[in-house]
Design a protein around this ligand. Structure first.
Ligand code: ATP
Length: 294
């Protein structure tokens, strides 16, 4: 497990990370989300050791992170970093060999990754000849080619079409399943929702929420009820213990003081006509994100 503890960072006089603490657990995919400038890239760079921090610690299994461990992390930096004029397969083999693989093992691993990422047909092309989405897949392959001990990926899904998101996700999931801790940042909350086991939400350099999606719902999102009926539901506004949050004809959402107040709405709706749906609403990550970062 990688543990970030009480991390602080300033650029000049501007304090951008404030006592940041969270864990990246082995075998899990941890989504790192936050608005522009929240501090995700800064944190990732500190994790990799390419940027210094002012105070705090990065621990691996409880001991300070070492240069050797850092060298084994598969990193996909925000600014990317492959050679535009080199064929994709050659750079993957080169990177694997830098990490000590034999020529044969490096070639086998690179070929296998390109197949799994659905990029084998472009293996011999120069990186700059690929579309941006395919360049992105090559970057993912580069982070994985040396069989990393951990993965830190800055926006690995940006610019990918839905098929590429699925392909990349599967490769990352298989990597996590071997016990590797994975941290990835993303602005695509629907993608994060689909694939992460744990979430760290940052706002202005502070962790404002951390846990599984279910834990975040329990901690941060108030339960809302939803009623869909065959007739107008405007009357719900006048029910006691009920606070309507959205209303559109036969579709209403509300917060209820308690379960009895919600049940009274159901009884009234049934008395008035057909009830198509009644129940609590599953909050999207987007709603939780809005709630915790406002
Ligand atoms: N080299 C730098 N010099 C000064 N300030 C910086 C530097 N790099 C980042 N910052 C500032 O640090 C804060 C955090 O930036 P960072 O890039 O870590 O955020 P982020 O969450 O990755 O944002 P985004 O989602 O937009 O990529 C921002 O206020 C940014 O302006």
């Amino acid at each position: 497990m990688i543990s970030v503890r009480d991390l602080n960072k300033s650029y000049g006089g501007t304090h951008v990370l404030h006592d940041l603490s969270f864990d990246i657990k082995p075998g899990l995919m941890t989504g790192f989300v936050g608005g522009n400038g929240a501090g995700k890239t800064t944190t990732m760079r500190i994790l990799l050791g390419v940027l210094s921090h002012d105070s705090g610690e990065i621990l691996v299994h409880g001991s300070p992170i070492t240069a050797a461990y850092r060298a084994g992390i598969g990193y996909m930096p925000e600014e990317r970093g492959l050679y535009p004029k080199m064929p994709v397969i050659d750079q993957l083999v080169y990177l694997a060999r830098l990490h000590g693989s034999s020529a044969k093992a490096a070639k086998a691993r690179a070929t296998d990754l390109l197949e799994r990422l659905d990029l084998n047909h472009r293996a011999k092309d120069k990186l700059e000849e690929l579309s941006l989405g395919n360049q992105q897949r090559a970057q993912v392959a580069a982070a994985l080619v040396h069989e990393p001990n951990a993965l830190v990926l800055d926006e690995p899904f940006s610019g990918l079409d839905p098929h590429a998101v699925d392909t990349t996700l599967q490769v990352l999931r298989e990597t996590a399943d071997t016990g590797v801790p994975v941290l990835f940042s993303s602005h695509q909350l629907d993608v994060v929702e689909r694939l992460c086991d744990e979430l760290v939400i940052l706002a202005d350099g502070r962790v404002v929420a951390n846990g599984t999606r279910q834990e975040l719902i329990e901690q941060h999102a108030e339960t809302e009820w939803e009623l869909i009926a065959g007739t107008d539901t405007g009357w719900v506004r006048s029910m006691s213990g009920v606070d309507v949050t959205s209303f559109d004809g036969g579709h209403v959402r509300f917060r209820a003081a308690d379960a009895e107040a919600a049940n009274a709405v159901l009884r009234e709706a049934s008395a008035r006509g057909t009830v198509t749906r009644f129940g609590t609403v599953r909050h999207s990550l987007h709603e939780i994100f809005t709630e915790v970062t406002r």
